[in-house]
Design a protein around this ligand. Structure first.
Ligand SMILES: C[S@@+](CC[C@H](N)C(=O)[O-])C[C@H]1O[C@@H](n2cnc3c(N)ncnc32)[C@H](O)[C@@H]1O
Length: 282
């Protein structure tokens, strides 16, 4: 029987031949090992590493490394990810929340904190944005929708696990919301062009197509969402939408056409235009 240390040395060492077993970066091998053996990284890498690794655990660990090497997202393999310092359960029914989506939360927190303000996260997926907002603004009424019932089940479970009170419902964008009743609408809608080869790349091909595919020009969901969101904003209310790095210009035009004002696009951490916001003056 091998030891944890010997397995790690083998799985993270340099392949001795080109046709060796599938590989992934050392940190990911560690993360998968922590998941399989249910122990923290410090114990995996320290004293416990001399322990024998039982064959069932070794087989599971090996299988996960092989799936990761095929491009399956690490978050799906371990069943969770971090967003805005919240640990969220993720399954293949939801997009894995991305670090750049934290820009949406940062921009939303620029709104004054008002008791009873009503926030909507349209297309909530795992609930990431809605839950981050509720954590930071407990005095706000936070609602979130998704057209995918399977995604909503994940979002609801995340809210329950975190003890955060968000009202979830199944439906399209703002269809269930009364006109002029929201102070903030945030959304990270699907915005990848249907023919973009990245949809079939490792990583994205494992994620729900309905969370990514924005139609022929990538703007189908965004174009439907913007006027729908403008309809539900109260005077002084704000719309914030995440979009592709090349979509800032068309998105600002759609904001203007919907009657929004004070329109600005904010960069992500890599400096790419990523989130556009605008105000409904009434
Ligand atoms: C890019 S994912 C974003 C998920 C999550 N907000 C995040 O940032 O991780 C887009 C989400 O919008 C949902 N969606 C797509 N079309 C929708 C529609 N017409 N109404 C409501 N939700 C929709 C998808 O099911 C998916 O969960």
């Amino acid at each position: 029987m091998t030891t944890v240390r010997a397995f790690l040395a083998h799985a993270t060492g340099r392949p001795s031949e080109a046709s060796g077993p599938p590989r992934c970066p050392a940190r990911e091998v560690w993360t998968l090992g922590c998941h399989v053996l249910q122990r923290p990284l410090a114990r995996l890498l320290a004293a416990d590493a001399n322990e024998p690794l039982n064959p069932a655990d070794e087989a599971r660990w090996r299988a996960l490394i092989a799936r990761r090497a095929q491009g399956e997202p690490l978050a799906y393999l371990v069943g969770h990810t971090e967003f805005w310092s919240l640990t969220l359960t993720v399954t293949p029914d939801v997009l894995v929340p991305r670090p750049e989506t934290e820009i949406l939360v940062e921009q939303a927190l620029g709104m004054p904190a008002i008791d009873g303000a009503c926030y909507l996260d349209a297309g909530t997926g795992s609930g990431a944005v809605a839950l981050a907002l509720k954590k930071e603004r407990p005095q706000a009424l936070v609602a979130a929708c998704d057209r995918s019932p399977a995604a909503l089940a994940v979002a609801r479970a995340n809210a329950a696990a975190l003890g955060l009170d968000v009202a979830f419902w199944n439906g399209s964008w703002t269809e269930a919301i009364a006109a002029r009743s929201c102070d903030l609408v945030v959304s990270n809608p699907p915005y990848v062009e249907s023919t973009d080869p990245c949809l079939d790349d490792d990583g994205l091909r494992y994620e729900p197509r309905g969370a990514l595919d924005g139609g022929a020009d990538g703007l189908r969901a965004i174009a439907a969402l913007i006027p729908a969101a403008a309809r539900v904003l109260r005077p002084g209310g704000r719309l914030l939408i995440e979009h592709g790095a090349e979509q800032g210009g068309p998105v600002r035009s759609l904001f203007e056409r919907a009657g929004l004002a004070d329109i600005a696009t904010h960069p992500d951490y890599a400096g790419h235009p990523r989130v556009t916001g605008g105000l409904w003056h009434g």
